[in-house]
Write a protein that binds this ligand. Structure first.
Ligand code: FE2
Length: 318
């Protein structure tokens, strides 16, 4: 059995092909906004539309299967940018109709969580999901996911992207990571409320320091302060739930400093720490195909009328 999944929640157009046992292909193409700009939804959607055929062909070639061999199609139904979400939705609807196969919409956040469990072999972890739009502490309870704590304003990835743009750099967390390597720590606002946290005050503070402190120092302190907040919230969640496995996933999970700080926290709590390879923490189609396969095998079916984008679909909503 094969499932082909298409991802298009933001800047990545990705296609994955999986069988019941393994990931066979993970192909993608990434829209890059002009320097100093964020994602332009219309431009990103046009990029996806122009590249989707090529990415599907590449994925099928890598997997060594044809479209006629696919048993289930899945797509990233949300959360994400309305215009870009439509591209994977329309393409998957077309393919499912043409080949008369089932179609399933997949929650993007759940894609990151489940493929990380597959990669690490963990069965019941506490999960920290860190990306541009989301920062959440998640557990699974039966068939539902529960959010134990989350950002009260912006996602941590957004904090780094916006600050990188303020510095006139490419809007990407890797810029902050690189600059922060050589800096000295300076004190910054530390906002935590139980297992919830906030980053917008930290962003304002960092912006006001531009020109007054070295940018390397600001980047290092921005990272270490926000990561310390996440470590404290996750440690609290681990003590509350008694979980013995911990996963960090999502785009910002690729940050080595964050990984090392969370690893140290987990060691202190005698909890196993796991993180998937970078290709699955970046946006990708393989996780959409993987969850599509999981859902299909567990008996989930969707009507075509239900297969429409859900821009604000939270992981804790059915
Ligand atoms: Fe993502």
């Amino acid at each position: 059995m094969f499932c082909l999944g298409i991802e298009s929640t933001a800047h990545t157009i990705g296609v994955g092909v999986v069988s019941e046992k393994e990931i066979l292909a993970n192909s993608l193409s990434v829209y890059r906004p002009p320097a100093g700009e964020g994602i332009m939804p219309r431009e990103a959607a046009d990029f996806h539309q122009q590249n989707i055929k090529m990415v599907i062909a590449e994925g099928l070639k890598k997997a060594g299967v044809g479209l006629e061999d696919i048993d289930v199609f899945s797509f990233s139904q949300g959360p994400g940018i309305g215009q870009t979400l439509r591209i994977s939705c329309i393409a998957a609807r077309y393919l499912a109709r043409k080949y008369e196969k089932p179609l399933l919409g997949v929650n993007h956040c759940r894609g990151h969580v489940e493929i990380s469990k597959f990669e690490t072999g963990f069965s019941d972890p506490l999960v920290l999901y860190v990306s541009g739009g989301n920062t959440q502490i998640i557990i699974r309870q039966g068939q539902r996911y529960r959010i134990l704590g989350e950002t009260l304003d912006i996602g941590i990835g957004n904090l780094f992207d916006v600050f990188a743009r303020e510095l006139g750099e490419k809007a990407h967390g890797s810029v902050i990571e690189k600059l922060g390597e050589g800096g000295e720590f300076i004190s910054m606002p530390y906002v935590i409320k139980g297992m919830n946290f906030s980053f917008s005050g930290l962003l304002t503070h960092a912006k006001r320091l531009i020109g007054k402190a070295k940018k390397e120092d600001i980047c290092k302190s921005l990272m270490e302060t926000s990561f310390a907040v996440l470590c404290e919230a996750c440690e609290r969640a681990l003590c509350l739930t008694g979980k013995k496995e911990f996963i960090v996933c999502g785009g910002v999970a690729q940050n080595k400093k964050l990984q090392s700080m969370l690893y140290a926290m987990c060691r202190g709590q005698q909890v196993r720490f796991g993180v998937a390879r970078n290709e699955y923490n970046a946006d990708n189609g393989a996780m959409i195909a993987y969850v599509g396969m999981l859902d299909f095998l567990s008996g989930k079916r969707m009507e075509f009328s239900e297969c429409i984008p859900r821009q604000n679909w939270r992981i804790d909503s059915p």
